[in-house]
Design a protein around this ligand. Sequence first.
Ligand code: AMP
Ligand code: GLY
Length: 425
Amino acid sequence: MYEILVIGSGGREHAIAWALAKDKRVATVYVAPGNGGTFTEPKVKNIPLHSFQELTDFARNRNIHLTIVGPEAPLSQGIVDKFNSENLPIFGPTKNAAQLESSKEFAKAFMQRHNIPTARYMVFTDPALAHEHVNKNVDIPIVIKADGLAAGKGVVIAQTLKEAHVTIDMMLIDGKMGSAGSKIIIEEFLQGEEVSFIVAVDGTNVLPLATSQDYKKLLDGDNGPNTGGMGAFSPAGKVFNEQLQNKVMANVISPTISGLKKEGIIYKGFLYAGLIIAEDSTPRVLEYNCRLGDPETQPILFRLKSSFLNLIEHGINQSLSLYDINWDSRCAISSVIAAQGYPGNPLTGTRITDIPPNQPGIHLFHAGTENKDGGLRVNGGRIICVTALGNDISHARAKVYDHLEKIDIPGSQFRKDIGLRMKQP
Ligand code: AMP
Ligand code: GLY
């Protein structure tokens, strides 16, 4: 029987642990550090480990069969390199490969080198030059991004020149994004439908996962600030048909993997291309993530019928071409309930008194929750992600929202239109 280690504490890691624990070969899934929901799953335990040394010591001493990393931060800090150096099996990209996400400048220059379609851009560290560029650039909206990691919150789509100037000062002069914003990218705004396309890569073979779409904005109707993601569903709407998937594989994913190889980087792990699909079906890359999406993972894994453990094993053993992936043909929707103040300053510590139990086809994946002072409390921006399967989108929506309405967290917020915007599958 296997012991597995999952690193992270979000809704994505809860879903990963839940999916792995379903495998009969698994004795225990440890989640480091986990959250207030992970350890309530059968066979899942939280483990309060943080440093890479603690994690590799644990993996070695417990004979951990394999480790999976959820979030980008440890990947960009080289957790995979550390496990590799100690010969401990892990699935994820090395620090070098993770630059595709950890530096937007790296990613943009990489795409340019390898002719991968993306928005035109320029990089600035000098605010005066950035202001000058915006003044010359008459196209509004214009997109301003912090170069480094900012948990999905480092992007501003400026609707006016004034907003663009204020954003430049906020990032480059006031340092509001910390070191992540000491360099910025200013790029053209791309119009179209956004799709999350995630693949598993074993160094050579590429296995596409089910498609999905994410709701990045805080408020209904795609209004308000960007967030880490307020909801998602899988499969993506009609916009993402098989022909388009083939085009994305040929024009984006293959050149990415082979481009990295040419530059001496072997990619292993999940690779997420955030795409904008233009009216004429041309896909362009908005960003790369070197991991599974959150919340996209929740509806995707809810639809996975074949063994997730098996997928990861094939990924590590470089035999993904032998894995027979199998999806539930129904659709899954996830909606996130977020804390008061999210995405700015989420209010934490709030007591969560009433949450409805899971039911067949409906699951609560926790994120910013912890068990403290005798009860469940809010300890992060995105609190819980309710996920449901339905025969169609409206069926899945009804199940999700019926459940969400029963969650009582004072001041919390959620979008009511997850699944409505899209051209439905
Ligand atoms: P990123 O972190 O680069 O994916 O940006 C976060 C979100 O901002 C994306 O998911 C899009 O919704 C939006 N976005 C980023 N870049 C652009 C762009 N060039 N054109 C339109 N929307 C964008
Ligand atoms: N939901 C977007 C992300 O995971 O980056």
